[in-house]
Ligand binder design. Structure first.
Ligand SMILES: C[S@@+](CC[C@H](N)C(=O)[O-])C[C@H]1O[C@@H](n2cnc3c(N)ncnc32)[C@H](O)[C@@H]1O
Length: 298
């Protein structure tokens, strides 16, 4: 079945689930997602198209809400190797656990996402229980950085801790696609994310570069290394993915070259740069000229 035909039937099913849920959830937490579903479903599909997950990849979503994105991921991929996992705090703004009267709860049940979305509350400076290494970490309209329990928004350090945690759970070619709820971000934090984001990818996907951020693991690693906040807790290569324990025994030895580089502060990657070799050649020529002139004086 072609992707567009598949998508038509997936969208139809999502609209139907939302319509049925809206009957009993015309108001309350998350009701806008089921009373006016099309705009949200289309946004999640756009997001899915932007990351275009490979059929054997692993996707991790933070705060899925009704679960449109998770369902799209599962339904558009029939490869058994594909995995979607989500976490959500599953509480409302009064600290009450979602119950039958919450539309998120109802939608997860309808879309068969109960097993895929785990209960987990993200708190500042606390590691997320990822459980695995992922190819994509996704968080749309994320509100975890505005803590309902303490009524405080995260500080810059909390975002850096979160980004480091993501780095450690992204596969080598992995990426983070994130849109924070605008109220969670100060200008300083916004510019941190903007500086890390691949703006071309964002705009090519039809998203606004100032609020949506697409951050590759490579870019994140460079940034955090420069900042000096990581001692490269090396993540397994994507072809060797294995569950990561949160017990601290999850550190895997980096390859020998990386260990030598960090031990002696050498960056071997300069040998891949053309400019290094140009400089080297110029050095040899100059050395020969000077040497020859010295000899001819004698
Ligand atoms: C505004 S909804 C976004 C839903 C969906 N991602 C979207 O794009 O429409 C925010 C979601 O994040 C969850 N959430 C909020 N704070 C959280 C936290 N501290 N830890 C985990 N999930 C959280 C909420 O329960 C909700 O499902």
């Amino acid at each position: 079945m072609s992707d567009s035909i598949k998508w038509k039937s997936v969208k139809k099913l999502l609209l139907q689930a939302a319509e049925e849920t809206a009957i009993n959830h015309a108001s309350g937490l998350g009701s806008k997602y089921v009373t006016n579903p099309e705009v949200y479903i289309d946004k999640q599909k756009k997001m899915y198209d932007l990351i275009a997950p490979a059929s054997d990849s692993k996707v991790f979503e933070i705060g899925p809400g009704v679960g449109y994105f998770g369902y799209i991921c599962e339904a558009m991929n029939d490869n058994i190797l594909f995995e979607y996992h989500g976490i959500d705090c599953m509480i409302d703004s009064h600290n009450q656990r979602w119950k039958e009267d919450c539309c998120y709860y109802e939608m997860h049940k309808k879309l068969g996402l109960n097993e895929k979305i785990r209960e987990f509350f993200i708190s500042p400076q606390e590691k997320i229980e990822f459980g695995l290494v992922f190819d994509y970490i996704v968080a749309m309209q994320a509100s975890f950085a505005a803590n309902w329990k303490t009524n405080q928004t995260w500080e810059l350090n909390d975002h850096i801790f979160f980004l480091q945690d993501c780095l450690e759970h992204l596969s080598e070619h992995g990426s983070l696609f994130i849109q924070h709820n605008v109220n969670c971000l100060t200008d300083e934090i916004k510019s941190l994310y903007q500086g890390l984001s691949d703006k071309e990818t964002i705009s090519s996907g039809g998203f606004k570069e100032t609020i949506f951020f697409y951050i590759t693991r490579k870019r994140l690693k460079e940034y955090l290394e420069n900042l000096g906040v990581i001692q490269i807790r090396y993540v397994l290569p994507s072809d060797m993915q294995a569950p990561i324990s949160t017990e601290g025994g999850d550190e895997v030895k980096p390859p020998l070259v990386e260990r030598i580089q960090s031990r002696f502060g050498i960056d071997f990657s300069v040998f891949k740069e053309a400019v290094t070799w140009k400089g080297f050649l110029i050095g040899i020529v100059m050395f020969s000229v000077i040497g020859y002139s010295g000899l001819s004086i004698i």
